[in-house]
Every structure is written in C-alpha cells, then in structure tokens.
Write a protein that binds this ligand. Structure first.
Ligand code: DX5
Ligand code: ZN
Length: 220
C-alpha cells in the first residue's frame, strides 16, 4: 500500500498540533519525525518530548527517522514515547543487525536508512529482517533540497532485489519529493513517501490531498 508520511521538519512549530491535525484529517497515514543530533548530520532538530506530546494528539503512525550516531542508545526511550516505526541509518550503526532486532523486539516496525552514496550491499544480510528501507533522495540534514536523480536508480535496484527474494519490504523515499518528483519515485518502486516542504508550505490540507490523489491514481 502507498502511504504518505508528512515530515514535520517543515511545519510551523508554534502551531504543531494544529498542523498535524490538518494532515491527519486530509488522509495522510504516517507522520515523519526527523531526529537530528548535530553529529551524524550537521543540523539539530527535535527529540523525545516532542514525540511524546504528538503521540497524545495523533493516531497517525509515528515514523521516526533517526539521523543520530549510535541510535541503539535511544531505542527503548523512543519506543516508550509511542513510536510505531523506528528507522536507523546503516552508516550510524556498527551493529546494524542488533539495532533492527531491538526495534522489532519492542513490537515496532524496523527501518534502515541509506544516505545517497551508500550502496545497497550493506543490506545484504539484514534485508529479510527489515520492514522498511528508507532510501534518502537527498543528503540528510535539511529540508527543502532537490532530489538527487541517481537515488531513484537505487530505489529501482532495491525494488528488484526485494522482488527477487520474495520479500514484502516497504521502500520509503525522503527528500525533495513534491508534485513533480513523486511520480518518478513511485514508478521506481517507492511506496512510503516522505514530504516536508511539499506538504507544510502553503495550504497543508490541499497539499496533502493532492499528493495522496497522485499516489492513489498510480496504485490503480
Ligand atoms: C532530511 C529529512 C527529511 C526532510 C524532507 O534530512 O530526513 O525528512 O524533512 O524535507 P523535504 O520534503 O522538504 O525535502
Ligand atoms: Zn527524514
């Protein structure tokens, strides 16, 4: 199933609850929550207290993207805050299999994210245990960047690999997704679509509905 995961990194934080309600009412299925530590990526965003507060006001699937070093340290707490999906970066984990296992032991969905230049080979031995692969379509750290075209080749290769192995792994794309780039991402094989600026800049409900309509049209 295709799912839209609006990234609150682009939201107006002084009106966060209200803006999350807009995307929920407009039909989005997930809510993308970008945690940045100023080490793995140059930027710092927000963390657990914000996640906990959002859990109280939304029924959306909380899709937590950890752009932090050694994310294993925080999995217990993030699970306790009410996350539904936790995605760790392969580049940030010396023990990727353990991170995936710990997320799943909490009863959550486990995602593994790859930066644009990271090859699919790092997934070789863990893919069967992973619920979702997040293919970064920009270098992580900031919203509002342009999609890097070669990353969609990676999505295509990943989709072929998943099919070859008979798996059902979700493919999430994140960065530079908008009304113009969405079709190419879907065509390449992505089914979980992160969009920050394309949702939260302008009319949030309208933006959400029109991206969802585009995704639905493609599913038929
Ligand atoms: C970037 C984040 C993204 C970001 C996407 O490092 O992981 O989730 O919010 O923003 P847009 O959709 O504006 O490119
Ligand atoms: Zn993200």
């Amino acid at each position: 199933m295709n799912c839209l995961s609006p990234s609150i990194l682009a939201a107006d934080f002084s009106r966060l609850g209200e803006q999350v309600a807009f995307v929920e009412q407009a039909g989005a299925q997930y809510l993308h929550f970008d945690v940045m530590d100023g080490h793995f990526v140059p930027n710092i965003s927000f963390g657990l207290p914000v996640l906990r507060s959002l859990r109280e006001v939304t029924g959306l699937m909380l899709d937590v993207h950890l752009m932090i070093e050694r994310p294993l340290r925080y999995i217990d707490e993030i699970a306790a805050c009410g996350a539904d999906i936790i995605t760790v970066h392969a580049e940030a984990c010396a023990d990727l299999d353990r991170a995936v296992r710990e997320i799943k032991e909490k009863g959550l969905l486990a995602g593994v994210a790859l930066c644009p230049a990271t090859p699919l080979g790092v997934l070789e031995y863990v893919l069967a245990d992973v619920d979702m692969v997040l293919v970064m379509t920009v270098n992580p750290g900031f919203g509002g960047q342009s999609l890097i075209p070669y990353t969609l080749d990676k999505v295509r290769d990943l989709k072929a690999l998943i099919n070859r192995r008979g798996l059902k792994t979700d493919i999430e794309v994140d960065g530079g997704i908008n009304a113009l780039t969405l079709s190419a991402a879907l065509e390449a094989g992505a089914n979980v679509i992160v969009a920050g600026s394309a949702v939260f800049r302008g009319d949030i409900a309208e933006n959400t509905k029109s991206l969802l309509a585009q995704m639905k049209a493609r599913e038929k």
